[in-house]
Design a protein around this ligand. Structure first.
Ligand SMILES: [Fe+2]
Ligand SMILES: [Fe+2]
Length: 233
């Protein structure tokens, strides 16, 4: 249960930007979908499957350009994109998007691919932090969805076959079981992306620290040389 409420407290400007961006999009989603959780899941999963693919592609190209190992990041990100796509393949059997939602999906994909790629190129850590926060919200939304299913406000139904096969669920599994495993996936993506952002953050900090150390060392050497020169004269 604790794991479901996990929240990464913003520690710097980049984190704050990521959190504000996420809260803004959450507000838009809440206003538009209200309690239509099935439709919400379909539309938002079409967006959720984008960052992993964009980030994976950009890191793949970077690895080629710099001839550097990616330390397993590309595979993790591409797996995330595939997992999110399977969430969509599942929910499409639960709710059919309306015409207006289909238009929103197309516009959102176009805008989000470009926006996320730009954010990733400008600040990789902000981009991963954004996904970390998106996934925190996804965990909250799926918890709310699950409560509605448990209360009976939304009628439960047999799990779609695609979900039973993908998550290896029992044949009598229902939508409640599906929402639970999907929520676990989202919690996993949340932790991975927050960790990626923290790793990059630490890299930046240690680079700055080394630069400062080098600068102070050079300053000391210069002053020692000047000292020697002064003594000679
Ligand atoms: Fe998802
Ligand atoms: Fe997700």
């Amino acid at each position: 249960m604790e794991d479901l409420k996990k929240h990464y407290e913003p520690k710097n400007f980049s984190d704050k930007v990521a959190l504000s961006f996420t809260k803004f999009l959450r507000f838009l989603a809440d206003t538009f979908f209200k309690k239509r959780y099935g439709h919400r899941a379909v539309v938002l999963e079409t967006v959720a499957a984008v960052p992993g693919m964009v980030a994976g592609m950009l890191l793949h190209l970077k690895s080629l350009r710099k001839m550097e190992d990616d330390k397993g990041w590309i595979k993790t990100l591409l797996d995330e994109a595939e997992n999110e796509r399977m969430h969509l393949m599942t929910f499409i059997h639960v709710a059919k998007p309306t015409l207006i939602e289909r238009v929103i999906i197309m516009i959102a994909q176009f805008i989000f691919i470009i926006t996320y790629a730009i954010i990733y190129l400008i600040s990789q850590r902000t981009a991963h932090r954004i996904v970390g926060y998106f996934e925190e919200e996804a965990v909250i939304s799926y918890t709310e969805y699950l409560h509605e299913l448990e209360n009976g406000t939304i009628p439960d139904e047999p799990a779609p076959e695609v979900a039973i096969n993908y998550w290896n669920l029992p044949l009598h599994a229902t939508l409640k079981d599906v929402v639970r495993v999907i929520r676990d996936d989202e919690a996993g993506h949340r932790d991975v992306n927050h960790n990626f952002a923290t790793v990059i953050d630490n890299r930046i900090k240690s680079k700055k620290y080394n630069e400062l150390k080098e600068y102070n060392l050079n300053k000391k050497n210069i002053s020692q040389e000047k000292d020697k020169e002064w003594k000679k004269n």
